[in-house]
Ligand binder design. Structure first.
Ligand SMILES: NC(=O)c1ccc[n+]([C@@H]2O[C@H](COP(=O)([O-])OP(=O)(O)OC[C@H]3O[C@@H](n4cnc5c(N)ncnc54)[C@H](O)[C@@H]3O)[C@@H](O)[C@H]2O)c1
Length: 249
C-alpha cells in the first residue's frame, strides 16, 4: 500500500511515518506539510498542488485548512483518504460528505479501538440511564490547539443519539449563574503536560455516579489505528466510513 502522509512534520505525522517504516506492506511515497524541516527518503511538499506522486491512501494528521487540497488531490488521482485531523467545522463536514460520493473517506476524531468501543458503550449507558445528568471531561497535553477535543464531541454525539439529538452542549459554565438543566450535556477541557488523551463520560444520578473512561497511554494507538484504517479503506468503494466499520468487518 502506497501512502502519503499529510502533516508529516508534526507529532502524529512523524509517528505515522515511523510506524509505516516497520509495517509490512506499507510504502510512504511522499509527505505534505506546510512547515517541515525533517529530511526523509522521499519528497515532502508544502502543498498537494505540487505533489506529483500517486498513492493508494492519504493519511492526514494536520489542520482542517488542509482538507480542501486533500480532497482535490484524491478526486484527481483516485486515492482514498484517512482524515484523522480534528477541529472540523460544519462546512468542513459538508465538504467531506460531498467528497465521499466520489472517493472512499474514513474520518474519525479518534483512531483508537478503545475510544471507538467507548462511543458504543456511552450510547448504551445513556439509553439505560435517561434521567442521569451527563458530563464529559477530557484532558490533553499543553500543545493541543482545539478544545474541546474532537473525541469529546464524538462521544457527546453518540450520547446525544440516545436522545434523538435533543440535548444541548454546554462548554464550561464559567459565566453561568444558573443550575444545569436536564437538557444539557456538559463538556469540559483540561490542558497540561504531556497527556496523550483522557476522556471521562460521567452519568450522575441521585447518590451515584457511573463513569466510563478511556486513557491513551501513548500516541501509538492513533498511528496504528490510522494504518489499519488505511488498509481497510484501500480497495473500498466511495463512501464515508468510520473506525467502527473496521470492527464490524
Ligand atoms: N484522530 C486521532 O486519533 C488523532 C490523534 C491525535 C491527534 N489528532 C489530530 O491530528 C492533528 C495533528 O496533531 P499533531 O499533534 O500531530 O499536531 P502538530 O501541530 O504536531 O502537527 C501538525 C502538522 O501539520 C502541519 N500543517 C498545518 N497546516 C497544514 C496544512 N494546511 N497543510 C499541510 N500541513 C499542515 C504543521 O506544519 C505540522 O507539522 C490535530 O488536529 C490533532 O487533534 C487526531
Amino acid at each position: 500500500m502506497d501512502i502519503i502522509i499529510c502533516g508529516i512534520g508534526g507529532r502524529m505525522g512523524t509517528a505515522v511515518y515511523e510506524a509505516a517504516c516497520v509495517a509490512p506492506g506499507v510504502n510512504v511515497v511522499a509527505g505534505v506539510d506546510k512547515r517541515c524541516e525533517g529530511s526523509f527518503g522521499f519528497p515532502v511538499y508544502p502543498g498537494f498542488d505540487q505533489c506529483k506522486e500517486r498513492c493508494d491512501v492519504v493519511i492526514d494528521f494536520s489542520r482542517p485548512d488542509a482538507l480542501e487540497q486533500i480532497i482535490s488531490y484524491c478526486e484527481r488521482t483516485g486515492a482514498a483518504a484517512v482524515l484523522a485531523t480534528t477541529g472540523y467545522t460544519q462546512q468542513h463536514r459538508e465538504m467531506i460528505e460531498k467528497a465521499a460520493e466520489k472517493i472512499p473517506i474514513l474520518q474519525s476524531s479518534n483512531m483508537s479501538l478503545g475510544v471507538n468501543l467507548l462511543t458504543e458503550l456511552v450510547r448504551k449507558a445513556a439509553e439505560a440511564l435517561p434521567d442521569f445528568d451527563i458530563e464529559i471531561v477530557e484532558k490533553h497535553h499543553n500543545r493541543k490547539v482545539d478544545a474541546p477535543s474532537g473525541t469529546a464531541l464524538m462521544l457527546a454525539e453518540s450520547v446525544n443519539s440516545a436522545f434523538s439529538g435533543k440535548k444541548k452542549y454546554i462548554f464550561g459554565r464559567h459565566s453561568s449563574n444558573e443550575p444545569r438543566t436536564k437538557e444539557e450535556i456538559g463538556i469540559h477541557a483540561i490542558r497540561g503536560g504531556t497527556v496523550a488523551g483522557v476522556h471521562d463520560v460521567m452519568f450522575l444520578g441521585n447518590d451515584e455516579i457511573v463513569t466510563l473512561s478511556h486513557t491513551a497511554l501513548s500516541r501509538r494507538i492513533f498511528e496504528e489505528g490510522a494504518l489499519k484504517a488505511a488498509f481497510f479503506l484501500k480497495d473500498k468503494s466511495p463512501g464515508l466510513y468510520s473506525m467502527r466499520d473496521l470492527f464490524r468487518k
